[in-house]
Design a protein around this ligand. Structure first.
Ligand code: FEO
Length: 392
């Protein structure tokens, strides 16, 4: 059997999580260039609580790590901060291994735990905001934190040592580093993660940041990625990201089949830069969705470029526009560039998808065939108009 790493991260608190270096996709959507972790923690007083579990497939590693600290059969509580299987999927296994343990979760969490993991009412304790459990000299306080990332989510706070177990919130998909200062790219991973997972719930995230600040943690221990022993860094970033504050930055996401759309994009990119706008450009068929999500967190404008494809946008552009609509970035302005051979339709479809986002479509350029000087000039004017709107 492998020889595992278990670490005491605070007095009587052990990290017993799993590093999944080899995972490359999450939700069959999000790329994981450095894998991820499923962090679980043991908090020991006279009684012991296990905070969250791990992704199915790693149950035995979790059990082995707990065994390095104590007899798993003596665990009294299993805290389920969130019901998604990457944290809760090993609950049925752990309830078997810990015959006296009760599952602690929110009211909505209890319903999910019964539905997904067969956790019966007699083994479940339902908690609400502000409830505490005394482990014998050590107090765990529960704070409901809905929609971070599902409706049932909560935080668990260890008083005294002031460790905040925040589950998905404040996380990052990377297996590198146990602590925030052991991964120099952590905040870049954290921004991608925020864009992919938390951005659609910004208002709830705002409340989550306030709740976390009120608890004044010394350590923030999320369930993905390194723990924060400099919590002010991630709290400051989350404060900014959840506020919807944007920069004078435009994302150009485009696809081009025969280079006509690419030519329009080139003019747009150059002229926006000339107007002092920070530009990031993504050729969609060879771009990382995680990088785009990261830039969506604070971009003020989105420019979509697509050729017409059977009466609408190219499927790659449909995918990108659909993702933008779902992730609800704070961008205020949009523009669309398109080319077609014998019939259009891309601009119309872009409007249909982006319309409900509330973004103002500042302008569009749609042309048949390769771009003429007049069309390049139209794109240059659109870049100027867009930059002016962005700086208002
Ligand atoms: Fe990491 Fe929403 O689960």
């Amino acid at each position: 059997m492998a020889q595992y790493d278990v670490q005491e991260i605070s007095k009587g608190v052990h990290w017993v999580g799993v590093r999944d270096w080899d995972r490359r996709m999450f939700d069959e959507l999000i790329p994981l260039p450095q894998g991820t972790t499923y962090n679980a923690y043991l908090v020991r007083g006279e009684k012991t609580a296990l905070i969250d579990t791990v992704n199915p497939g790693f149950e035995n590693e979790l059990l082995a790590k707990i065994t390095m600290v104590m007899n798993p059969a003596e665990i009294d509580y299993i805290v389920m901060n969130h019901a998604e299987p990457d944290h809760a999927g090993s609950i049925p296994f752990m309830l078997e291994q810990c015959p006296r343990a009760k599952l602690i979760t929110t009211k909505k969490g209890a319903r999910m735990a019964e539905l997904y993991f067969g956790a019966t009412a007699d083994r479940t304790i339902v908690v609400k905001d502000g409830d505490v459990i005394d482990l014998g000299g050590r107090i765990l306080r529960f704070a409901e934190a809905p929609w971070l990332h599902w409706p049932e989510t909560m935080f668990t706070f260890l008083e005294g040592e002031r460790v905040l177990f925040s589950c998905d919130f404040f996380g990052a998909h990377t297996a590198k580093g146990l602590w925030d200062d052991e991964n120099e790219e952590l905040y870049s991973h954290a921004q991608s993660y925020f864009g992919e997972i938390m951005m659609p719930f910004r208002k709830f995230g705002r409340r989550g940041v306030e709740k976390a600040r009120e608890l004044d943690p010394l350590i923030i221990a999320p369930s993905h990625g390194p723990m924060h022993r400099h919590p002010e860094n991630i709290l400051g970033l989350y404060h900014r990201w959840t506020s919807g504050e944007t920069r004078n930055k435009a994302i150009i996401a485009y696809v081009s089949m025969w280079s006509a759309t690419r030519a329009l994009v080139r003019t747009m990119s150059e002229r926006l830069a000339a107007e002092g706008v920070e530009v990031v450009q993504y050729d969609l068929p060879c771009s990382d969705i995680g990088e785009i999500a990261k830039d969506l967190v604070d971009a003020r404008a989105i420019i979509l470029g697509s050729p017409a494809f059977l009466g609408g946008m190219h499927p790659q552009a449909v995918y990108a526009a659909t993702l933008v609509k779902a992730l609800r970035p704070p961008a205020k302005f949009a523009a669309v560039l398109s080319s077609f051979g014998w019939g259009g339709g891309a601009v119309k479809q872009a409007g249909e998808i982006l319309g409900p986002t509330g973004m103002e479509i500042v302008g569009t350029v749609e042309m048949g065939g390769p771009p003429t000087e007049a069309e390049h000039s139209a794109v240059a004017q659109l870049a100027k108009d867009l930059a002016a709107r962005m700086s208002e």
